[in-house]
Design a protein around this ligand. Structure first.
Ligand code: BES
Ligand code: MN
Ligand code: ZN
Length: 495
């Protein structure tokens, strides 16, 4: 997609479709007024007929409006001008994109210059528009023998603004396209089925991402390396699979080596059968998405490298396949983690925390400025928060607040849950230092409490994205791209 900026006489602009905002109760924006004037009051007349319904996100398409060069004018109801919040705004953008998709247009001219949205800048508008537009037209077609019969025609998006705001629009286009590209990259990987997307495949994608960019480099620990480092928990997950596990580390050097890195750790279970504690069949196929944490790390690394952020960031993918076999870990097996602590694996389906705990020990050597792990960790978080909010857990109030704020800003929201000491006894084991499961109650919290036992002296947060990362079936099946927008924003805020 190409993005550019236009200004000047709107009625004279050549575009296949001009998109203009209208506010509730049917109040014209400045560009709508300009078109209305040029057309001798036609827009106003049509609005008075009441076909543009009084609800944020409603659209009305007009053809061949008098004295307007553009073929079409699309009116979009943005909701009330006063107090327009980002929720309304994102809804309206979503509907607007739905309307664009249904048209056979190659280019559109979007007039956003005077959209007021609480505490949001023009740059924010442009970023969100690009993010949601590209998400709206994304399709995963790599596995189709023939591409879809109705290809997307849109190739050019122009933003109509007044000349003075050129810089913030450029910044918005830069960040928006970097984010959209990172998300597309991550979606293509996450949507790839488990027979192709293996830990080795993730390692190849990470290597390819780093190729040709001097700021990026990758190092990969093989199972033999993990053996030497005594990563008994990680290896316990790997051992049932024919596919070798990998611990993949991507280094992004945006500034001096002495600047402590922010570290992202993604759960990369490329398929989670549950292992010997086998999952039931109906939704098992969804477990190709058990590597969405790792995908979000890849997407974020791509986004920030593209934007040349002047900070250091390390992305770690804990990649393995969880399979049952003659070599697989048995429920009741006890293993020693890299930290030296022993774990009784009572349920082999609680494998995410097993790969993550050794990864959390491993990254201690980087002296992180902050650590965020991202994981489709528990079904319990889906019950608690559904697909709206990602679960947030942290040992640091300031970090938790920063993550919350970043999520709020880009509308990729999180909700914090406690990891109080009182939950810890649930992980008690008769024979080992701890068990890997804590029973039915507070399943997401005990999972986070388990991870907390492996966190060393760094600021840490855990994001449980099991509910927000993907839709397992239906027309919108696929990886959502969350929380790449949040993570990128968090990192932008560190500059
Ligand atoms: N990958 C699953 C969590 C999951 C469940 C993600 C549903 C997305 C949708 C994880 O490995 C798992 O199996 N967790 C178990 C933990 C339990 C055994 C303590 C779960 O949530 O049931
Ligand atoms: Mn599992
Ligand atoms: Zn899993």
């Amino acid at each position: 997609m190409e993005y550019a900026v236009r200004s000047g006489n709107l009625a004279k602009s050549r575009a296949q479709c001009i998109i203009v905002p209208i506010y509730e109760p049917l109040e014209m924006s400045a560009p709508a007024q300009a078109l209305n004037q040029a057309s001798g009051g036609q827009i106003n007349k049509i609005l008075k007929r009441g076909d543009l319904k009084p609800k944020a996100g409603q659209t009305l398409l007009l053809h061949d409006v008098a004295n307007i060069n553009a073929q079409r004018v699309l009116l979009v109801n943005m909701g009330p001008r006063e107090g327009l919040d980002s929720a309304n705004h994102i809804t309206a953008i979503g509907k607007l994109i739905g309307a664009i998709k249904s048209l056979a247009v190659k280019n559109v001219l979007i007039c956003l210059a005077d959209i007021p949205c609480k505490d949001r800048t023009l740059q924010w508008h442009i970023e969100r528009l690009i993010e949601h537009l590209e998400a709206g037209i994304y399709q995963y077609q790599d596995m189709k023998s023939k591409p879809d019969a109705t290809p997307q025609t849109l190739t050019q998006v122009n933003f109509y603004i007044d000349r003075t705001s050129g810089d913030s629009v450029k910044a918005g286009i830069g960040r928006g396209t970097a984010l959209a590209d990172g998300m597309r990259f991550a979606k293509d990987i996450a949507n790839t089925p488990g027979n192709i997307c293996t830990p080795t495949y993730l390692a190849e994608k990470a290597t390819k991402l780093c190729k040709g960019n001097k700021a990026l480099s990758v190092s990969i620990l093989e199972e033999e390396d993990m053996q030497k480092m005594s990563m008994g928990a990680f290896l316990a997950v790997c051992q049932g699979s024919e596919q070798p596990g990998k611990l993949i580390t991507i280094h992004y050097r945006g500034t001096d080596v002495s600047s402590r890195p922010h570290v992202l750790v993604g759960k990369g279970i490329t398929f989670d059968t549950g292992g010997i504690s086998l999952k039931s069949p109906p939704a098992m196929h969804e477990m190709i998405y058990d590597m969405c944490g790792a995908a979000s790390v890849l997407g974020t690394m791509s986004t920030i490298a593209d934007q040349k952020l002047p900070i250091n960031v390390i992305g770690v993918l804990a990649a393995a396949e969880n399979m049952p076999s003659g070599k697989a870990t048995r429920p009741g097996d006890i293993v020693k983690t890299m930290s030296g602590q022993t774990v009784e694996i009572l349920n082999t389906d609680a494998e995410g925390r097993l790969v993550l705990c050794d990864a959390l020990t491993y990254i201690g050597q980087f002296k992180p400025a902050s650590v965020i792990d991202i994981a489709t960790l528990t079904g319990a978080i889906v019950t608690a928060l559904g697909s709206v909010a990602t679960g947030l857990f942290s040992n640091d109030d300031d970090l938790a607040q920063q993550i919350s704020d970043a999520g709020e800003h880009v509308f990729d929201r999180v909700w914090r849950l406690p990891i109080w000491e009182e939950y810890q006894p649930r992980l008690a084991s008769a024979f080992a230092d701890m068990a890997n499961v804590g029973g039915r109650e507070a399943g997401s919290i005990t999972a986070a409490c388990y991870l907390a036992r492996f966190v060393t002296e760094y600021r840490w947060a855990h994001l449980d994205i099991a509910g927000t990362a993907y839709q397992g079936s239906g027309p919108n099946k696929g990886y959502s791209g969350r929380p790449i927008a949040l993570l990128s924003q968090y990192l932008y805020n560190q500059i």
